[in-house]
Design a protein around this ligand. Structure first.
Ligand SMILES: Cc1cc2nc3c(=O)[nH]c(=O)nc-3n(C[C@H](O)[C@H](O)[C@H](O)COP(=O)(O)OP(=O)(O)OC[C@H]3O[C@@H](n4cnc5c(N)ncnc54)[C@H](O)[C@@H]3O)c2cc1C
Length: 483
């Protein structure tokens, strides 16, 4: 690393950005962490009411823990799962307030652009030896240019949610009717309860965020029985959505799916699928959601929409840097094939570090949630190993940088979107016929749809995920079944 006298800039004081700071401090480097929020962990705070599916043992970073423990901190029970709020208050905040850490963290400081000193994206000469320059916009209106020897971008994606429109575009009328739309996971039984109690609520999405929102709405419905819950998805592969059940090594993650399945089976959540949202139209105090179904256009009248359709990285601020991104995921190029949800549906991924995260721009790395681009399966344990490896590389410890080790709990899910095929050879059970009769439909009637449900896992050797013969960390198959 050149310009060693300059600090290493870390963008974002989320769990992974703070872990990067811990590894830098442990290596004798000076981090300078910029956080756009008015406190650390701003993104995690926005879902502080959500219980994580990972227990504490998978949500803390080794260097961060070492520093905390040197001040007498005690690890919460390893097997218990924290909420987002617990993660901030019991782990991230105590770390950020350590005397050797706190002066390195700058709050209310948004990084709006990153470049090299006097060198724009096109210029080659002197590029690698020039310091980075970060343009910082502070909440009080000040702006500053700060120099750094290297940049670790851990700014996450949660604050850049995908829109409602099914093709990745904002739906017609989405912005105009934004007062009816919540992006993320609202605090349904807390701060936002009046917004959803006894209302017709549509949850759009098929990942853990959607499932969390559905479960909370179902709890709310116990106290407010008029609450109606619609679950809108583009796809029909319910097994993938429900997860690996008892094959999932994280019981809390498995329960998300199994509890949702039970609520659907009991008729408390009504599935509308496949339904591709295209337009939102105001209808008095409610809204009409227009979407495409296999039988043509259909309209569903609701009061509120919860959009949990994933998130995407903010690449604007990196416009002057030379990046090599996966063309579909917007992750780093090498990481793309390892996490592509078109192929892999699981939260597990082969160990990776500096080499897979490298960009043509020397000494610049995207880590954490943002390193996965639009892929939804990021886990904190992955991010912690990423920053350990990246920091080792920055200080020239290439042996440690290459020695990436990551053991992640299997999800037990073996499905893929590819033509409905399964990467592990899951077999289909009887498809379930779901009645949509009770849904208030205006215009073209929604017909009952057949949702493909897969049952018992059968890890076949035709499994494309396992072609490499590695004990798969992407689809849950054993090496033996791929030999
Ligand atoms: C509801 C939910 C539950 C999850 N549960 C689990 C779980 O159980 N287990 C697990 O392993 N993972 C889980 N994850 C996934 C993942 O671990 C989290 O998203 C985690 O917060 C990612 O950490 P991060 O540090 O990469 O990004 P973030 O936590 O998103 O942090 C990024 C930080 O950067 C700041 N920032 C953004 N832009 C800028 C900028 N331009 N300048 C300065 N600062 C900026 C943000 O304010 C934020 O504080 C969950 C995610 C969600 C949303």
């Amino acid at each position: 690393m050149t310009n060693r006298a300059l600090p290493v800039a870390v963008i974002g004081a989320g769990p992974v950005g703070l872990a990067a700071a811990a590894h830098l401090l442990e290596r004798g480097e000076t981090p300078i962490v910029f956080e756009s929020g008015d406190s650390i962990g701003a993104n995690v705070r926005s879902w502080q009411h959500v219980r994580m599916f990972s227990p504490w043992e998978y949500t803390v970073d080794s260097a961060t823990v070492r520093l905390l423990e040197s001040h007498g901190w005690q690890m919460p029970p390893a097997k218990e799962a924290p909420t987002g709020g617990d993660l901030v208050e019991l782990y991230m905040r105590p770390f950020a307030e350590l005397p050797e850490v706190k002066n390195h963290i700058h709050l209310n400081a948004r990084v709006v652009a990153v470049s090299r000193r006097n060198i724009d994206k096109m210029k080659d000469a002197g590029r690698e030896s020039a310091p980075f320059v970060l343009h910082i916009a502070y909440a009080d209106g000040r702006e500053k240019l700060i120099e750094a020897s290297a940049v670790i971008d851990a700014s996450g994606t949660w604050h850049k949610p995908n829109p409602l429109g099914s093709g990745g575009l904002v739906a017609v009328g989405e912005q105009r009717n934004s007062q009816h739309i919540f992006y993320g996971i609202p605090d349904v039984r807390g701060a936002h309860s009046t917004r959803y109690a006894n209302k017709r609520v549509m949850v759009v999405g098929s990942g853990h965020s959607a499932i969390n929102a559905l479960l909370e709405l179902a709890n709310l419905k116990q106290d407010y029985p008029e609450t109606t819950i619609y679950w809108v998805m583009r796809g029909t592969q319910l097994q993938k959505v429900y997860g690996g059940g008892e094959d999932d090594a994280l019981p809390a993650r498995a329960q998300l799916g199994t509890r949702t399945r039970a609520l659907v089976d009991a008729g408390l959540i009504e599935i509308v699928s496949p339904f591709r949202v295209s337009e939102i139209v105001a209808a008095g105090s409610a809204i009409d959601v227009i979407g495409e179904t296999p039988d043509g256009q259909a309209t569903l009248r609701v009061d509120e929409i919860i959009t949990a359709t994933g998130a995407r990285p903010d690449l604007d601020m990196l416009r002057e840097l030379r990046l090599e991104l996966d063309p579909s995921l917007e992750s780093s190029r090498a990481l793309g094939p390892m996490i592509d949800p078109n192929i892999h549906s699981c939260g597990t991924v082969r160990p990776h570090g500096e080499a897979e995260l490298r960009h043509p721009e020397k000494n610049f790395y995207i880590v954490g949630m943002k390193s996965y681009g639009r892929a939804p399966t990021f886990l904190l344990a992955t991010g912690y190993e990423q920053v350990r490896s990246v920091v080792a590389a920055l200080v020239g410890d290439w042996e440690a940088a290459r020695d990436v080790q990551l053991v992640l709990p299997e999800t037990g899910v073996c499905s893929t979107d590819l033509g409905g095929a399964s990467c592990c050879g899951t077999t289909s059970s009887q498809p379930a016929l779901l009645s949509l009769a009770s849904i208030p439909v205006i215009g073209t009637a929604l017909q009952p749809v057949v949702l493909q449900q897969t049952a018992t896992k059968d890890c076949g050797c035709a499994d494309t995920c396992c072609d490499d013969g590695v004990r798969s960390t992407t689809c849950g198959c054993e090496t033996t079944c791929c030999a």
